[in-house]
Design a protein around this ligand. Structure first.
Ligand code: MG
Length: 416
């Protein structure tokens, strides 16, 4: 099978449905609804254009949607070479099955000859990955059909009426079918034509038609992200995944890494404990400062604020403000994390180094990591805590105080 040549595996994207449950305002079919500034269908087409081994793409649309389709292609801004791969749209029929057949007919009738393989895909699944597409194209080398699918994870119940469970249905061997569904072109085209001639229009996906026609169809593990956007809630969830909820959908989807560093020092005074990385640790001195003098939290707060270009701890919590006298420093760090989230960002990882001769940090390291992870709301695997002495040199070596360095890495929308 041709996989990387100019022809490649053809694609039929089924976009003729009238479902408006998912779209804003309720009157635009969901495949044309805007998802983070781009029509769903534009995202779906782009997923295939970006993929190796994919040849011509035919989109099956409803006759009423020509203007919406043209706007979608304009939003896609395809390169000239990609534009050649997007064939003119085809009008669909009364059912999904009829629409797929219209797309297959168009591929068969094209002057260049029918393709060897075809992928049939729902327009409302914009999150299909190149990996899934390529796995299906590869599988077609050995079998007449291959579909993206996910093994069922939930326990299945059969209702016996009145909302009561009649039985638990064994889920072993059960998969949820997704798209793309890939087939050898002639085999699936023949199967669709025969089904149409025999007026067998009850099939709910193309694999069912292939099964009916006796074709061997393989299950290919896809991705749980390859969901079909059906309801307005599906759209809202997808939008939240793509953009910051706090920015009104006004900003770019591309996330980029930012990093910041922080440094802090507090001197020792008389006392019986120190606060370090959010833990109270018994010691024969304490750290002096306006707040609880937790150098680890202060350095890390500055690192996070630095990563988002939002000043420093002194700007947000001025020592001149009586409010912060004796304050627990975990609230400073929590506020920095909140500021990251408010920009639509997320913390990738943080790392703290404590410089001191005493107290010994090693015995508290895991508890410190857990505490920092809890304050920041991230997994412990994203938190590093390290300590070093300074070999008796300098103010830390003379046990006059503790210094801390920190770095933080943050993923932010590129428009921030
Ligand atoms: Mg400080």
């Amino acid at each position: 099978m041709e996989r990387n040549g100019s022809n490649g595996t053809a694609v039929v994207i089924v976009a003729a449905g009238r479902g408006t449950r998912a779209s804003q305002g309720g009157d635009v079919p969901k495949q044309y609804a805007t998802l983070a500034q781009k029509p769903v269908l534009a995202r779906t087409i782009a997923a295939f254009l970006d993929c190796r081994g994919v040849g011509p793409i035919v989109v099956v649309i409803h006759p009423d949607d020509v203007a919406l389709y043209e706007k979608t292609i304009a939003a896609l801004k395809p390169a000239a070479s990609d534009m050649q791969r997007i064939r003119p749209p085809v009008f669909g029929g009364a059912t999904r099955q009829a629409s797929v057949l219209a797309g297959l007919d168009a591929l068969a009738e094209h002057g260049g000859g029918a393709p060897e393989g075809v992928l049939i895909h729902d327009a409302a699944r914009p999150f299909v990955t190149s990996q899934t597409i390529e796995k299906i194209i590869s599988a077609l080398a050995a079998t007449a059909g291959a579909i993206a699918a996910e093994p069922l994870a939930d326990t299945l119940k059969r209702e016996g009426g009145g909302g009561l469970i009649q039985e638990t249905v064994p889920r072993a061997g059960l998969w949820r079918a997704q798209t793309p569904q890939g087939f050898r072109f002639r085999a699936i085209h023949d199967a669709h034509r025969r089904a149409s001639l025999q007026q067998r229009m009850e099939f709910t996906d193309d694999a069912a038609i292939a099964e009916w026609a006796g074709l061997e169809v393989r299950l290919v593990a896809g991705s749980p992200d390859n969901t079909k956007l059906t309801t307005a809630e599906d759209m809202a969830v997808a939008e939240r995944k793509l953009i910051s909820p706090e920015q009104g959908g006004d900003h770019k989807l591309i996330m980029e890494p930012r990093m910041g560093t922080g440094f802090d020092v507090h001197r020792f005074g008389d006392g019986d404990h120190v606060w370090l990385c959010g833990l109270k640790i018994a010691h024969d001195k304490m750290l002096m400062g306006h707040s609880d003098a937790d150098v680890g939290l202060h350095a890390l707060t500055d690192a996070l604020l630095g990563a988002i270009g939002d000043g420093d701890i002194g700007k947000h919590f001025p020592p001149s403000d009586e409010k912060w006298k004796g304050a627990a420093s975990d609230q400073f760090l929590a506020e920095a994390a909140r500021r990251v989230a408010a920009l639509g960002g997320r913390i990738i990882n943080v790392d703290v180094t404590l410089l001191c001769e005493e107290p010994k940090v090693g015995p508290h390291r895991e508890a410190m990591r857990a505490r920092l992870a809890a304050i920041l709301g991230i997994e412990i695997g994203r938190v590093g805590v390290k300590a070093t002495t300074t070999e008796g040199l300098g103010f830390t070596g003379r046990r006059e105080g503790i210094a801390a360095m920190a770095s933080a890495s943050v993923a932010l929308p590129s428009s921030v």
